[in-house]
Design a protein around this ligand. Sequence first.
Ligand SMILES: [Zn+2]
Ligand SMILES: [Zn+2]
Length: 411
Amino acid sequence: MKSSRLLIEHQCPQCGAPATLEETDHLFVCGFCKVKSFLQSRDFFRYVLPHKAPKGKSLVYLPYWRFKGCLFSCVSGGIRQKIVDVSHQGIGSRSFPVSLGLRSQTLKLRFVSPETEGHFLNPSLSYSEVLDLVERRFSASLPKPVFAQTFVGETLSQIYAPFYIEDKVYDAVLNRPVSSAAGEDVQHDHLPGGRPEWRIQFLPALCPHCGWDLDGQRDSLALNCKNCNSLWMAGKKGFTKVRFGAMQEDGTEVMYLPFYRIKAAVTGIGLDSYADLIQVANLPKVVQEEWKNRDFRFWSPAFKVRPLDLLRFARNLTLAQPENDFAPAFPEGEIYPVTLSIQEAVESLKINLASFVKPQRILFPKLQDIHIKARSFVLIYVPFHRRGNELSQPAFRLRLNKNLLNYARHL
Ligand SMILES: [Zn+2]
Ligand SMILES: [Zn+2]
C-alpha cells in the first residue's frame, strides 16, 4: 500500500514566516508568532506547482484533479477495497500529460492565489466526471455485478501544473517538451481561463462561544475548547458547534478514539430500530418487545484508519448499538484527533450497512434500492486500553496497532 504525501510551502498569514505544511494539515500554528489558524476552503484546496521556466515565457496552468481514498465495492462474495491515489487532467486535452506523474511528490506546492501570474485554465471535466472515470478504471478487474460502490476518506484537491506553448507544449517544471507538436486545441485563444479567484481562508482558531484558544492537532478536523467544554468543526460559515459525549473510563492507560453516531433515515429495507437490526443482520438473539422502540443508529470511526479496519470498527459498534447516556464532557486522558470528516462517514453508510447484512446473497442485490439519508450525528469518544503498541476495546471486540493508526493518518 503506497501513498503519496504532498508538501506545501506556506507563509504565516499573520507574520509572514515561512512554513511547510502537509496535505492533511488543517490547524496551522505558526512556529514564529504562535498564532493558530484553521485552513479552510468553500470546496477543495487548490495548489500550484512552482515553475522553473526561463524568463519571459507566458505560462499556462493546467488543472489536475487529485484523489486519495479508498474505493469500496460490494460484489458477490463480499466487499472489496482498493486504495486509490491518482491525479487526472481536468480538461481532457491530448496535448498535455494525462496525469501529474511524480512531479507533485518531488516538489513543494503552494496554495493558489489571485496573485499567481499565468493563465489558469478552467477545468472542463467536473470532479464527478473524473470520479466516474476513476471508478470505472478501478472497477474493471472486479467480478460483475457490482452492487454498490463508494469512495471513502477521499482527499480531493486541484493541482495546477505550469506549461508554456511554443512550437510544442513545454513542461515548465522540467523545461522539456511534452508533445511532438502543439495541437490546434492548445492555441492560447482556445483555452478558456484567466487569473485564479480562489485563495485559502484562515479562520482564527478561537472559540466562537467564549473566545479561548481552540485545541487540536495539525490534522484535526474538530477543535475543542477546554474552557467552555465545547467541540467545533469548520463549515462553510465558520465554526459550528458539534454535539459530543464520552464513554468515560478510569485508568491511565486509556486512549479515546472518536466515533460518529449517526441517525439516518433508511428506505428500501426496514432499519429503524434495534429489533430491525437483529433481523437485517441475522443476529442470534431473540427480539425483545422494547427493542422495537429503541432507535437504530449507525456508528463510524471519525478518524482515518486502514480500509479493512474502518469497516470492522463501523460494523462492530453498529452491531453493538451502545445505548449508554454519554457524559457531554471531554474525557480525562489522551484524546485521538478527529481526522475523518462527517461527510466521509456519511458517504460510507451504505458500505457500513453492507458489511453486516445477512445473507449477502439475498441482500446485496437489493443495495441499489436502499437509500440512506443522514439526519443528525453525535461525536462519541470511545475508550481503548493501551498496552505497548496495542490498543484494544474488549467490549466491542476491537483491536488496533498504534503504528498502523499513525500510518493511516496520512491516507
Ligand atoms: Zn506567524
Ligand atoms: Zn469556549
